[in-house]
Design a protein around this ligand. Sequence first.
Ligand code: COA
Length: 361
Amino acid sequence: MANGLDDVVAADTVLSDVDGVGGHLTIRGHSLMELAGRRRYAQVVRLLFDGFFDDPPSDAELEKAIGKARVEVFDRVQPMLAQLAPLDIYSGMRAGMAVLPDGDSLADALRLIAAPAVLTPALLQLGRGETPVVPDEKADHAGDMLRMLSGAASPALAKALDSYLVTVCDHGLNASTFATRVVASTQAGLTSAILAGLGALKGPLHGGAPGPVIEMLDAIEASGDATAWLRKEIAHGERIMGFGHRIYRVRDPRADALKAVVRQLGSRSETGSRLAFAETVEQAALEVLRIAKPQRSIQTNVEFYTALLLEAVGFPKEAFSNVFAAGRVAGWIAHAREQQATGRLIRPQSRYVGPVPDLVA
Ligand code: COA
């Protein structure tokens, strides 16, 4: 039975490769470690988009174009923000993105890149009873996102957020990228395809895990005994958030990339002590999982240190999946364009296992 499509290859891609045995992530010929913290998000967007749009801009031009797109998206969604604000913040973002034009041009793509970065701070501010801050088209993407969130962005926090966006920009044929490619294969526009990705990312088995990681850390801190807390969860059949992966049988390389970023921020005492505590929880969880599930290698995944990083740069846990989408949207768009270019509809088959109709004699 093709339960979960394990080991099924459903696309050829030049975009990224996940080596689950070696623990490597390759993005357009570069290892993750070459990109995270070394290339800015706009540069990585350009890398992913290369060959998928006519007249590709330079890195500097693309950064400016993303800035302009932030302002354009803000102007477009501002009249509806008050109606979106009562929704949960992920649904509010998704609804705001649904009104963007559904074309296939670079301008359409850049509006989709800009939208999560604009909508997330705006909806958070409205939720706090504040007036949303207008984007600054001249600022860098991550820095402007933080400025819109809290009025100011220290270069260190902006760099940390930028590294995060790069780290999660693409990751093979994960559930949301597959969903995006299925819709793109019908030759629907980019907004339709990205809305499918957004739907898939929301669930706790995919992009919804980092918020619950914070809840877990807080609950363990309150309990005072990580191992006992974790054992109890496993005994109740619960999953430990931030651990396990369909492809990786070793540690997710993105976990280390993000941990290094959090460590750099750790000189701020609050982040440093949170990191030290998280490391003890991580060790306890790995040990509990090793004993409870000896048949399976369950290791730390990207979401564990995502939670710490996004908390450190100032996002509340309910917005973590939005920020994940702000990074992953670049990969979704590139995959959508790559799928559209094949001209091939994705249409697998199901095997009927239901009752058969009575045959009329
Ligand atoms: N905690 C506890 N048990 C876990 C686990 C976790 N985080 N991840 C996997 N397992 C266990 C399952 O319970 C199952 O045990 P069983 O054979 O005794 O029933 C076994 O490992 C295999 O699980 P399966 O669901 O087939 O693995 P998968 O490859 O589909 O799992 C995830 C991938 C991501 C869905 C899974 O690891 C998970 O739910 N993780 C927690 C959520 C999370 O962090 N998501 C973010 C992913 S980047």
